[in-house]
Design a binder for this molecule. Structure first.
Ligand SMILES: [Zn+2]
Length: 361
């Protein structure tokens, strides 16, 4: 399947204003369009796929996004080890690009709890078994799948077993709880991949064998599906080329290109020393990977609210923050963004950029 090279939308060209020299103006716009089209082609032909996440730094009027119970109003800080907000104040902390995520945390008030009570001695708050119960359940409110599902569902549970005999299970239903399936099956085949219009619910069951056994703890459950399709980026495989050159750009991924290694010269008594500053990377505005984004808004730009993850090859899973951004505009049209990638190390000494970001699901 081929995909036409996206063109610049004419609605954004300032129709009606032609300045003093109409022909120069039209030529300028055509130049910008050519630059953009060429950049699209380069990224399509040679880009490397990276998964992208976006920080949730506001509630955006979404009632499910809540300030996390770990947020300390005095210190203006979250708990770095928090799985509910990933040290990021707002639950769920980060969202995978081009996915719709539904999430249920221990502080949600619309959960149906049976033999389950809040545990508020430490933050973030969790849910646990009532003192007189060996088994209890958490059932989420109905979730109506709001869009066409263009890929596989994924789900993730953050809960803690505090005794080897604790059992924690998670299940889902699309028939109001008549039949429940383990979440390990969710997305595993078309039969287990709920479609637009389905009404889903999730159930977490906590179990301990005796009242004397320490009970398990529930923190947060997340499930998500892609609403933007994968697309073919290259022609048929060529023998001898790295396998990712022949792969699709999967949902949640963007394509980026590496340019050159930056060098910094430092004068020392023994002479001039060169230090590598890492590679420079670039990509096109993000609206290419999600047509609902307006190219001329901050949403089309990679920035401080994003992190990237290597999607193919030996370093799959390595995470990076983009720094030293440089946004190119050709005659007022956003055509290209350049940046450095700083590898995130999951070191406990590096609270802000490390530990929490390496945990994000
Ligand atoms: Zn938190």
């Amino acid at each position: 399947m081929t995909r036409p090279t996206p063109k610049v939308g004419t609605s954004q060209l300032g129709v009606g204003y032609w300045g003093r020299d109409p022909s120069t103006h039209v030529e300028a716009l055509q130049t910008a369009e050519r630059v953009l089209a060429l950049n699209y082609d380069k990224v399509r032909a040679m880009g490397l796929p990276f998964r992208l996440w976006t920080r949730v730094n506001d509630t955006f009027g979404n009632t499910r996004i809540k300030q996390c119970s770990c947020w300390n109003d005095t210190a203006k800080q979250s708990d770095a080890p928090c799985y509910s907000c990933y040290g990021n104040r707002y639950i769920p902390g980060f969202l995978k690009f081009n996915y719709i995520t539904t999430f249920y945390s221990s502080i949600d008030t619309d959960l149906t709890l049976t033999n389950v009570v809040p545990e508020k001695t430490v933050t973030p708050f969790r849910l646990t078994l009532a003192p007189n119960a060996v088994q209890g359940t958490i059932i989420t409110p109905p979730f109506l799948v709001p869009r066409v599902v263009l890929g596989q569902w994924e789900s993730h549970l953050d809960a803690y077993s505090r005794d080897p005999l604790n059992i924690i299970t998670s299940e889902w239903t699309v028939d109001g709880g008549v039949t429940w399936q383990p979440t390990s099956l969710l997305g595993s085949s078309p039969q287990y991949n709920p479609r637009a219009g389905a009404t889903m619910q999730f159930k977490i069951t906590l179990y301990r064998p005796t009242l004397q056994t320490k009970p398990p703890l529930f923190e947060i459950f997340r499930a998500r599906f892609p609403y933007v399709p994968a697309f073919r980026i290259r022609a048929a495989p060529t023998p001898g080329t790295p396998f990712y050159h022949n792969d699709d750009c999967l949902p949640g991924e963007i394509l980026i290109l590496r340019t050159w290694e930056q060098e910094r010269f430092r004068r020392e008594p023994s002479g001039v020393r060169t230090e590598t500053e890492g590679y420079r990377y670039w990509t096109i505005p993000l609206n290419y990977f999600n047509h609902e984004i307006d190219r001329e808004t901050p949403k089309a730009a990679l920035g401080r609210d994003h992190f990237l993850e290597e999607a193919r090859g030996p370093e799959t899973g390595a995470r990076y923050i983009a720094t030293k951004h440089d946004y190119s505009r050709t005659f007022k049209i956003f055509t290209r963004q350049d940046f450095n990638l700083r590898r995130i190390i999951g070191d406990h000494n590096d609270r802000l950029t490390g530990e929490a970001l390496m945990r994000v699901w």
